[in-house]
Design a protein around this ligand. Sequence first.
Ligand SMILES: [Zn+2]
Length: 126
Amino acid sequence: MDAQKLEHFRQLLTEQLRQRTQSARENQSDALEFAANDDGVKDVADQSVKDVSQEIEYRLSERDSQAIADIDQALMRIDEGTYGVCARCGKEIPERRLEAVPTARYDAECQSIVEQNKGEDEHATL
Ligand SMILES: [Zn+2]
């Protein structure tokens, strides 16, 4: 991949990272606001509502942090010069796919193999 294209994907990823970081912050403050309002109600149901809001916050931040980690890793691969190369078979990932999924680590073929084998792989590492 030439430097100009790498720069294009770097910008795409940086923009995604910015949006993700922003949405993570918004989700967090929404959840905090919800929890704060919650404190005014001294009710038996209070605790369970608080648990639910904490659960929602946890799930959102987990999803966001996973996405942020994926983007971070893709940016690292740009720096290392391995961006756009399938981590499984070593072939170049089609640019069309990278445009759709800039964080893609595999080409479409390997992605489906990796997803199919996910359970087995996790088992094998134990
Ligand atoms: Zn591959």
